[in-house]
Design a protein around this ligand. Structure first.
Ligand code: PLP
Length: 397
């Protein structure tokens, strides 16, 4: 088996072998059986202790192979897979057992569904919730003052693409004994390994870049074996596992993650430059552009390019113009997700930020004119031509 730690090799080979057989399929079998039988009772007894596969809520081969591959890409000891990215986020929250008087910090400008979930869970626990723009240079100082138990950050925020300085945040967290969990869905492990920058947990919605083909929901939490032990035990009880077919599809996507991400990032950089020249746009958001507010931080905390996400504001547009834009694209598709091989576009205020109140959106700087683009693998000039033509169509009187 290859011992290389180079991401391109790891992505192709990690998580490809189940122990116990000399014959190894090149692609793992999809093991659909939810339960296995043993002819020897001692072996069954040991399997029920987790030493072998016996019941797929306890452990399952396809999910285990995916966990091995994602841990290898994240550079962590372990990984636990879930049925969706939201389930992975919830697992991290639950493991902290927040109590009245505890503080939870989360991004003010992050994914709206996560914000609502954490708000609901914190309310139920009686914990205080503080929403901060974690890319602001004052954020580490605010964390020191707030002394939270748990801090959730997004590596590249959804949808404004701000990039917090994870090294500075993790130093501040360590000083006050807070745990740092990072939703690294936007860069994927190809673009950032949060645990190498000091985070305790790295979370992925594998539905996005890891799967890469929009055909399976899933989520992972990666970190040290010790930090993940309570999550694994909780999953055994609550049953929030990733099914075998979803795990298999996601692992197939993982095999090409580095090569896809390289082209997604190159295409996104090209599209961002082309959009920057378009007079009909008031702002283009891309961490790779020198005028992006976090460009210097992004150069330090992201690797392998600046990711495949671009956002832009259409000059003077409201919701009707943005909806016209979504209907005018010919190559891109209007779909509320990201990480697909094809370009996807979305109106942020009515989709990813839909569950935020208008006040929360305004405070986060998510305006009605904001369009988010998940840049695909098509020819980058075709993508830029399509977006610019659709903007022209949308603002035409
Ligand atoms: N985190 C981020 C940054 C997301 O954009 C999303 C979904 O869009 C999620 C988490 C949730 O993932 P899932 O849809 O797999 O539950």
């Amino acid at each position: 088996m290859s011992t290389s730690t180079k991401p391109q090799t790891v992505a192709v080979h990690a998580g490809s072998r189940l122990t116990g057989s000399k014959s190894q399929p090149v692609v793992p079998h999809i093991q659909m059986s939810a339960v296995s039988f043993f002819e020897n009772s001692d072996e069954l007894d040991e399997a029920l202790d987790g030493k072998d596969y016996v019941y797929s809520r306890i452990a399952a081969p396809n999910a285990a192979l995916l966990e091995e591959a994602v841990a290898a890409l994240e550079g962590t000891e372990a990984c636990v897979a879930y049925s969706s990215g939201m389930a992975a986020l919830r697992a991290v929250f639950d493991a902290q057992r927040l109590r009245p008087g505890d503080t939870l910090v989360m991004p003010a400008d992050g994914y709206g569904v996560t914000r609502l979930l954490f708000k609901n869970l914190a309310e139920r626990a009686g914990a205080r919730i503080e929403a901060l723009v974690l890319s602001e240079p004052s954020a580490p100082e605010r964390l020191r003052a707030l002394r939270p138990r748990l801090v959730l950050a997004e590596s590249i925020t959804n949808p404004l693409l701000r990039v917090p300085d994870l090294e500075a945040l993790s130093r501040a967290c360590r000083e006050v004994g807070a745990l740092l969990a990072v939703d690294a869905t936007f860069p994927s492990p190809h673009g950032q390994r949060p645990c190498a920058l000091g985070a305790d947990y790295s979370i992925q919605s594998t539905t996005k870049w890891l799967n890469g083909h929009s055909d399976a929901l899933g989520g992972t939490v990666s970190g040290s074996r010790e930090k993940l032990a309570p999550l694994r035990s909780a999953r055994l009880l609550n049953g929030d596992v990733l099914g075998p077919f979803e795990a298999w599809l996601t692992l197939r996507g993982v095999r090409t993650l580095p090569v896809r991400m390289k082209v997604h990032a190159e295409n996104a950089a090209h599209v961002a430059r082309r959009l920057s020249d378009c007079k009909l746009l008031s702002r283009v958001h891309y961490p790779g552009l020198p005028d992006h507010p976090d460009h210097a931080v992004a150069r330090r905390v992201l690797h392998g390019g600046f990711g495949g996400m671009v956002a832009f504001d259409i000059q003077g547009a409201g919701r009707p113009e943005c909806f016209r834009f979504l209907e005018a694209v010919k190559l891109a598709r209007a779909a509320p997700s990201l990480g697909d091989v094809g370009t996807l576009v979305m109106h942020a205020a009515s989709a990813s930020a839909r569950r935020m109140t208008p006040e929360e959106r305004q405070a986060a700087g998510i305006g009605e004119s904001l369009i988010r683009v998940s840049v695909g693998l098509e020819d980058p000039d075709d993508i830029a031509d399509d977006l610019i033509a659709a903007v022209s169509e949308a603002v035409k009187r």
